[in-house]
Design a protein around this ligand. Structure first.
Ligand code: GDP
Length: 300
């Protein structure tokens, strides 16, 4: 928990620090206070839609005389944020299928490979047999990096030559996962965003191959976004959700940004569960997302 708090320090200072300056010692809450709060939430990347909804709810509570002072407003905000995070929350449980297939998507540089490497290490240490597929065949460096993570975690990586058909890699990886009795197959894909149509076609093809080899798979399509990119993360979530069908989100690099409100925005605007958050570079810094722990780390 202390590590999480540390990782979220910038958001704590930026978001909650400013809220504290606004509300602490206030004996009475009025419309102006809520307007200032709205400004703080928006600039912390809580998202326009989520912010307006939060402020509207707080206005109603104010009318009901539910917000007597600054402390009450602070507590109410935390409660409303927690409620929204819990609404969509679901942890990923790879024990439900065998093999469990995770398709990982997202643009380059967001921390996709690192996240896959960390997940591979973690699942392995939990006693699971993991296999990785390097279906990002457009950058040789991507496969190299995945292999490096694989070596560290003691996990095999299925890869082809640079420029190979990603679907061929996926096909081989599915065959290998079945033949080797693997528990979890994690597929890394290319983060190219030429056009939405392109992306859709590529994803469709990869999905078709996976589903043909392992019926019902992929069981999770995990979108990785970089929290520090703020509104870009939101537009990526929108695009990938429409084009590739996302079932869960991993938000990386929260340690590097004061705009951690993005966690709430991404989850709430797209009705998607946040599965993991990254609050640092080491393996332990990729954490299962827990709404209560997250809001406690920010507000306590
Ligand atoms: P990819 O291109 O999406 O595969 O991105 P990489 O996995 O190569 O990651 C890009 C950089 O982000 C690397 O230097 C990672 O160490 C770094 N990174 C990934 N996740 C986190 C995180 O949660 N916190 C911090 N501080 N850095 C991260």
């Amino acid at each position: 928990f202390e590590r999480l708090k540390q990782g979220l320090q910038k958001t704590k200072d930026g978001l909650v620090g400013r809220i504290d300056t606004l509300v602490l010692g206030k004996k009475e809450i009025d419309a102006d206070t809520l307007e200032e709060l709205e400004e703080i939430l928006i600039t912390s990347d809580m998202g326009v839609k989520t912010t307006l909804e939060l402020v509207r709810t707080l206005e109603q509570r104010l009318k009901r005389n539910d917000l007597k002072d600054g402390a009450a407003l602070r507590a109410a905000l935390k409660e409303e944020i927690l409620q929204r995070l819990e609404l969509h929350h679901a942890q990923l449980n790879p024990s439900t299928r065998h093999p469990f297939v995770i398709l990982v998507i997202g643009v380059n540089g967001v921390g996709k490979t690192t996240t896959i490497g960390k997940l591979a290490s973690r699942f392995t240490s939990e006693g699971k047999k993991v296999l990785l597929a390097a279906a990002d065949t457009f950058r040789a460096a991507a496969a190299e990096q995945l292999v490096a993570w694989g070596e560290r975690a003691g996990v095999d990586v299925i890869r082809h030559k640079e420029g190979a058909d990603p679907s061929a890699v996926v096909f081989d990886a599915c065959k290998a996962a079945l033949a080797r009795n693997v528990d979890i197959l994690i597929v890394d894909t290319a983060g190219r965003l030429h056009t939405k149509v392109n992306l859709m076609e590529e994803m469709k093809k990869i999905r078709r191959v996976i589903d043909r080899e392992i019926p019902g798979a992929p069981h999770e399509t995990l979108l990785v976004v970089d929290a520090a990119t703020g509104q870009n993360a939101i537009s990526q979530a929108r695009l990938f959700k429409e084009a590739a069908g996302v079932s869960g989100i991993a938000l990386t690099k929260l340690d590097g940004t004061a705009k951690g409100g993005i966690v709430v925005a991404v989850s709430h605007e797209f009705a998607l569960p946040v599965r993991y958050i990254g609050v640092g570079e080491s393996i332990e810094d990729l954490r299962d997302f827990d709404p209560r722990e997250f809001t406690d780390a920010l507000f306590l």
